[in-house]
Design a protein around this ligand. Structure first.
Ligand SMILES: NC(=O)c1ccc[n+]([C@@H]2O[C@H](COP(=O)([O-])OP(=O)(O)OC[C@H]3O[C@@H](n4cnc5c(N)ncnc54)[C@H](OP(=O)(O)O)[C@@H]3O)[C@@H](O)[C@H]2O)c1
Length: 358
């Protein structure tokens, strides 16, 4: 476990990194993403942040807040419905117009819902929860990889549920049969790891981190209970206004602390990429590892070298190894998931434009 004092000390050391770190945030209009964005603005020196979100009104509010936190930063809100692949492409094109490189991509859009899958498909025919937690994140990172590879220490962070990977069915990766949000989230976790491992083979200068933030006091649970369908909505309001606020405020990690931890993942040398590129002017991270803290264990080690992919728990420590992932690696499921994702992208891009996301 990396203690919070070491994490905050590491984050404060970002001040001595030359100005102009560039980060792209999706899902940072609330919760953990927003807290990470605030920590980035607070700690980095003349940072530049791109915030992708669906509400211009929220965007303006967040930009004003960031300007107060660090007036030396540049903050750009890009309105877009991130659950749609075509929208992901559009916002990436906008970022490419402004930037020649990206250092950090931090992705946390998502929600938990008790609604069934049929009512939840986007206009591109992807279940919205899976689109947000998995497909659009993959689209975003694949689009931005050319810019990330131009950073001296590129990091991709997906805030989801590392350690809770579930089984996936090759004939039903989109969980169309027997859909429920738990099964879909666990499938998204497994596919995230397998995709990261596939992509890391081709992009060894990038660190890929899938993190479970633990229980964080955001509006996630409140929104979850608010989504209860039918008559069950009424009993669901009791915990919503009693247990959930207590749990959120007193038993969960504060978003502020979670944000410190994610910023540490995004910048510390503790999570190096696969490639040893010290001779090419690249670095393992923007901030040295805290004294006495070893490099994190990547998901695959071969001949003494890691693959640059990390499954990380709430405390910045590597998750226990997963038997499911081991089995899927043996069955070469990574390649199959990669091809599946490309197929879903193609299908989504073929749909008529003009629809809304959810
Ligand atoms: N909080 C926890 O305890 C916890 C624990 C484990 C895993 N996680 C995972 O961590 C991630 C972030 O959670 P969080 O607690 O930060 O959630 P949150 O506070 O509810 O924030 C969710 C973010 O996703 C965006 N979003 C939600 N639905 C959307 C939609 N239909 N279209 C576009 N954007 C949408 C929200 O945008 P708007 O602001 O526009 O609504 C917001 O930026 C999620 O994937 C969650 O499953 C959270």
């Amino acid at each position: 476990m990396v203690n919070l004092k070491d994490i905050t000390t590491s984050n404060r050391a970002l001040q001595s990194v030359p100005p102009g770190l560039v980060a792209v945030f999706a899902g940072a209009t609330a919760g953990i993403g927003r807290a990470t964005l605030q920590q980035f603005a607070r700690n980095a020196n003349g940072p530049r942040a791109y915030i992708i979100g669906r509400s211009n009104e929220k965007g303006s509010h967040i930009i004003a807040e960031l300007k107060t936190i660090n007036p030396m930063g540049t903050y750009v809100f890009i309105e877009g419905q991130i659950s749609l692949m075509k929208e992901v492409d559009r916002v990436c094109e906008a970022i490419k117009k402004f930037e020649t490189h990206v250092d950090i991509l931090c992705m946390s859009p998502g929600y938990l819902s008790l609604g069934g899958r049929n009512v939840l498909d986007t206009s591109e025919g992807i279940e919205t929860g899976l689109a947000l937690q998995f497909y659009s994140r993959q689209r975003l990172l694949i689009n931005l990889l050319p810019l990330l590879e131009l950073s001296t220490s590129p990091r991709i962070i997906s805030i989801l549920c590392a350690g809770f990977e579930g089984t996936i069915s090759p004939s039903d990766l989109e969980c169309r049969q027997h859909y429920n949000f738990v099964r879909a989230s666990r499938a998204a976790a497994t596919m995230t790891d397998l995709m990261f491992e596939e992509l890391a083979k081709e992009h060894p200068s990038v660190s890929f981190i899938h993190v479970n933030p633990g229980s964080v006091g955001t509006h996630l649970m409140d929104h979850f209970l608010a989504s209860t369908p039918g008559l069950l909505w009424y009993p669901a309001q009791i915990p919503r206004y009693t247990i959930v606020p207590l749990y959120t405020h007193f038993l969960s990690t504060s978003p502020n602390v979670a944000g410190e931890r994610i910023l540490f993942l995004a910048t510390s040398c503790r999570y190096p990429p696969a490639a040893d590129h010290s001779k090419k002017g690249h670095v393992d991270g923007f901030v040295e590892r805290p004294a006495g803290i070893a490099a994190a264990k990547p998901t695959v080690m071969k001949d003494g070298s890691g693959n640059g992919v990390y499954r990380v728990d709430w405390n910045c420590e590597t998750c226990k190894e997963s038997k499911i992932l081991d089995r899927y690696r043996g069955e070469r499921m990574g390649k199959m998931v990669f091809e599946h994702v490309m197929g879903v992208f193609e299908r989504a891009l073929r749909t008529e434009s003009g629809g809304n996301g959810n």
